[in-house]
Write a protein that binds this ligand. Structure first.
Ligand code: FES
Length: 260
């Protein structure tokens, strides 16, 4: 891959159109939205979204873009609330994204469906919440982890998301103990423990890694997460210097998929 693919925002914008606008993207562990009113917000592949559990028990993923002036409604990365109040001019939405009210000076003249936050296709599978911005996405088939949720680690890494993916893939060969879920999820099985490494592309040079652990305490994975961060930041420096990824069958398959 060219150096620019790892170092420039233009490439990231192209990936937003070609990859992140068509594929199922993981957002969080379903257990992070255990109770009514729990929410997470994140920018994944250029899409600012909110995942929330409503009082009816359903999990929905919404565009985090206010219908008043298209600003980001929720800034906190997670929390619990009754409704979402836009921090700019006070439009409020319920947990399903439905418009509730606005202060009189900025209130819409009439109530119409396009005042609601855009709701995205949402699936809970393998203990994770996925969303897809495509109108009619293909089905997502994953197997549920058998073990109980043990927690999630968040690791911020100063690298392009592809560097992180390449690193995770280069560490593994195709085997029943390792599954790559295109484009942003690696699943490792170690005995009764399942570790899901979720790559969150924030910007072209900022990536967050969520390590979701099932069957053990998440803290046990802290040394691994620290190693991944160190390795990826070193690899980013190499990519910027024109040193490409070490090829392995999984990395080659990743690059081929990117080129489709
Ligand atoms: S942009 Fe949200 S209320 Fe104005």
């Amino acid at each position: 891959m060219k150096v620019e693919a790892y170092t420039e925002g233009e490439a990231f914008q192209a990936e937003k159109r070609t990859v992140f606008s068509t594929e199922w993207l993981p957002l969080c562990a379903a257990a992070q939205l255990a109770n009514a009113g729990d929410f997470v917000s994140a920018t994944v592949g250029g899409w600012s979204v909110i995942g929330a559990r409503d009082k009816d028990g359903a999990v929905r993923v919404l565009r985090n873009a206010c219908r008043h002036q298209n600003m980001q409604v929720v800034a906190a990365p997670s929390g619990t609330c009754e409704s979402f109040r836009c921090r700019f001019h006070g439009w409020t939405y319920d947990l399903q994204g439905r418009f509730l009210a606005a202060p009189p000076p900025v209130a819409p003249k009439e109530r119409t469906p396009d005042l609601d936050l855009a709701q995205l296709s949402t699936v809970v599978a393998s203990g994770l919440v996925f969303f897809n911005v495509a109108q009619r996405p293909a089905a997502l088939a994953l197997t549920e982890p058998a073990a109980a949720y043990g927690g999630t680690l968040a690791t911020d890494i100063a690298c392009n998301w592809k560097v992180c993916v390449e690193h995770l893939l280069a560490e593994h060969a195709s085997s029943p103990d390792f599954t790559w879920v295109w484009p942003l999820l690696a699943i490792r099985q170690a005995g009764s423990v399942t570790v899901m490494e979720q790559v969150v592309p924030h910007t072209f040079l900022r990536t967050r890694l969520f390590t979701h652990v099932f069957g053990a305490a998440a803290d046990e994975q802290k040394p691994v997460a620290a190693t991944i961060k160190h390795a990826c930041e070193n690899l980013q420096t190499k990519r910027a210097a024109g040193i490409g990824a070490a090829e392995s069958p999984l990395v080659a398959a990743f690059h081929a998929r990117l080129m489709e």
